[in-house]
Design a protein around this ligand. Structure first.
Ligand SMILES: [Zn+2]
Length: 164
């Protein structure tokens, strides 16, 4: 078990962030994603790990979103991994739509990255071209394919109806 001892929560003006006390290199495992409490609905303290399973992540709930993140949450192996080199004292962040299909509390992103998505509401609200630029977990890819197939079915039906 890789512990979370290297991570600390910083609070500034009620705004929480998760900071690392040690440096990591790209690809290095930082900690495991806790799964002691899994529920069927998203909230501010959960991470989506499957189509309808959300795990309460404790300290990791202080992880902020970034459109140019430095960690990924691999929900298949339940690990948080550095996706680039990270310095000691750096804030950790991940791309929320990589795990979240439909968020409980959407917000406006002000990360300032050139590829900023602005509205962070979950993967279902993003175009495929945007999602493709990011690491995505399997449940997100599956739900995306499903949504596209349903849309195609719907369009086919509309066309068929129009031709009647
Ligand atoms: Zn952003």
């Amino acid at each position: 078990m890789v512990s979370m001892d290297t991570l600390t929560i910083k609070t500034e003006n009620k705004f929480r962030s998760l900071v690392t006390k040690q440096a990591y290199t790209k690809g290095q495992v930082i900690c495991e994603i806790p799964t002691e409490k899994v529920i069927n609905k998203a909230n501010r303290y959960t991470v989506q790990i499957d189509r309808d399973r959300h795990t309460e992540v404790g300290k990791l709930s202080a992880l902020n979103h970034s459109c140019d993140p430095n960690v990924i949450l691999d929900t298949e192996h339940l690990l948080m991994v550095a996706c680039r080199d990270i310095e000691k004292g750096e804030e950790l962040s991940f791309f929320y739509p990589a795990t979240e299909w439909e968020m409980d509390a959407p917000f406006i992103c002000l990360c300032g990255a050139s590829n900023c998505i602005h509205v962070v509401a979950g993967a279902r609200f993003l175009p495929l071209s945007t999602l493709e630029q990011h690491y995505l977990n399997r449940h997100i890819r599956e739900l995306m394919v499903e949504l596209l197939n349903n849309t195609e079915l719907h369009l086919t039906k509309l066309l068929a109806d129009a031709e009647k």
